[in-house]
Unconditional design. Sequence first.
Length: 543
Amino acid sequence: MKKTALLLTVMASLLSLTGAKADDYETLQMGKIENPMLWADVPDPDVIRVGDTFYLVSTTMHLMPGAPVMASKDLKNWETVSYIFDRLTDSPKYDLSKEDGTVYGRGQWATSLKYHKGRFYALLAPNEGGDMGRTYIFTAERAEGPWTLLSRMRHFHDCSLFFDDDDRVYVVYGTGELMELKKDLSDVIEGTHQHIFQREADERGLLEGSRMIKHNGKYYLLMISHVYAPGRHRREVCYRADDIHGPYEKQVILESEFGGFSYEAQGTIVDTQDGDWYGIIFQDRGGVGRVLTVMPCRWINGWPMLGDEEGKVPETVRPLVSGQPTTGIVRSDDFEQPRLGLHWQWNHNPVDEAWSLTERTGFLRLKTSRVVNTIYLAPNTLTQRMEGPTCSGYIAIDLSKMKDGDCAGLAAFNSDTGALTIKKQGKRLTLEMSEQKVQLTDHEKAVKDTEEKVIESVELKQPKIWLRIDADFRPNGRHGGNDMTQFFYSLDGEQWTKIGSDFRVGFDYRRFFMGTKFGIFCYATKKVGGYVDVDEFCYTRGK
């Protein structure tokens, strides 16, 4: 069956979930921006505009390469154009070490993106203690890279880099702390630390997610506020001053739930070439992760007020530019190119010699390189985000070179995982749909315990199989919705058979702190040397 025909079959299935007609699909793709603007795991955004292009950076923590930079000309169609770094090497934890621990839920956090005098700058501080948590500053002439490391310095939590009009450079971080940096960004200027405001008495949670801009001569610091008081919720606040050192006054600029989910906050504001302003703020949405919404930003009495005229997150926003090509941050792949596409990320640092796109043209080869007993320690698990409201992804995989004890397949990958796993036992091949879970130590994030519950298994008599996962992230989907995934296999690429049970994916900030990903994996439980060849990954997003 041709790939196009198979994609249409899957698309018809997804459209049936929403009650849409197949010929409505192109219409649904056009027109206004529907919130969430990016219904995928794109947390901690920073957004800037350079000329006619918006650039967005987000958090991906333990996934490599890290700190993805995405570009758009209309705030609707985004694509990944670079990563700020290929890998982090401060510790063997980044290599998914059984002995030393992992960086699940840690690694790169809340990167600050700026453009100053013809160069891009990115500042990020891993969510780690000690030397692993030291701040990185990278720079590039183009957002597409290459990015180079400029300096390392002390840790700054959820920080914002800021270049003032007089070329002095600051970092704002934590709950209202500020330090000045040397002009060459090599380090801080000692003695410049300052608390620029004090939080309110009922703001017992952190104020974090600092994003500072300057507008009409005033300084604006946007932050998320967690307030534990009756009738008050997670919200976005703004601190304003005439001098960067203060004094600052405060205004709540957004306090709005949206789409059947909770109140949202943390993000930034950005202007257009025409002088309009927009806010881009994230919202927690369970198993799919933390999604991005876009909304008008109206300057009222000198404050950047977010939302519609009632201060609420709107369902739709007019796109800025018509006629822009449709792009996305999650994509199909036939693996015909000699370089891995920017839509992919590895779980922790990859083992470079254990994968290839050139040893067999048109295939992704994943080789076993380390004996482990669980997917949570398996090197070279290749991931892409899942997206709402519904999505589907399948792979075609050649199993003929697997060795005894090898495990390979496709997973809805998270700290609680639903997996389609082919296991090689002697000369037998068995497909299992299983539910898997990992427990991590609090400090080292070491894998201390895993569980695997096999729901259904099927013996295979052929060396090629198609594996598919469908996901429904709507609040009230007809097929369970609300983070439900379903699992299928095919022996011919035409007829699909459901296997196992529906699996509800989730979001756990204590473990992975990420939305669910498609994960393609291959690992050895007995001896290394086996491999699988993945023919294609085909992805479809429903409406």
